[in-house]
Design a protein around this ligand. Structure first.
Ligand code: FES
Length: 167
């Protein structure tokens, strides 16, 4: 075999491998894209959910439970969430997440006799002011998340709980 024959064979090998690889990628890419599509979708937007009548909300924080539909990849489920809701001094509705910003325990209102009128987390003694601001010197390093809220036809609707900047 001459040197030219070998290089011609090599050239054919490279060309066929390249074209074959290109065609395989062309067929596989749509399949891969289809398989992982739900994962690539942006974080599922959460619809606003009616939680309670505005007339039932007072100045003292009260816990309300509500259900939301959650889509996680291919899996759809109904999840129960809670919010601590009250009217502040200006008459604005405040809806706070009950999830402690330290390690995720559930906070409660006014249950620590040593520190009345605060949110209290029993897990490690975390405390928050009524407006959800974390109290310095206690484990949580950020204020409670606040729900997106909207009032329509006398009802309070809540959306996603969003973090605020740390105190
Ligand atoms: S989880 Fe709330 S203080 Fe640690």
């Amino acid at each position: 075999m001459s040197k030219e024959d070998i290089s011609r064979r090599q050239f054919l090998n490279y060309t066929l491998t390249g074209v074959g690889g290109f065609m395989a990628a062309g067929m596989l890419m749509p399949m891969v894209r289809f398989a992982i599509d739900p994962i690539l979708e942006k974080g599922a937007s959460q619809d606003m959910v009616a939680v309670t009548e505005v007339s039932k909300i007072g100045k003292e924080p009260k816990r309300f439970n509500f259900k939301i539909k959650q889509k996680d990849g291919w899996y759809e489920s109904e999840v129960t969430q809670s919010a601590w809701v009250y009217k502040n001094g200006k008459g604005e509705l405040i809806a706070l997440s009950p999830v402690c910003k330290h390690l995720g325990c559930t906070i409660d209102w006014n249950t620590d006799p040593a520190h009345p009128n605060q949110f209290y987390c029993p897990c490690h003694g975390g405390r928050y002011e009524k407006d959800g601001t974390n109290i310095k010197g206690t484990p949580p390093l950020a204020p409670l998340d606040v729900y997106d809220s909207q009032v329509k036809d006398g009802k309070l609707y809540l959306g996603k709980a969003k973090p605020r900047k740390g105190a």
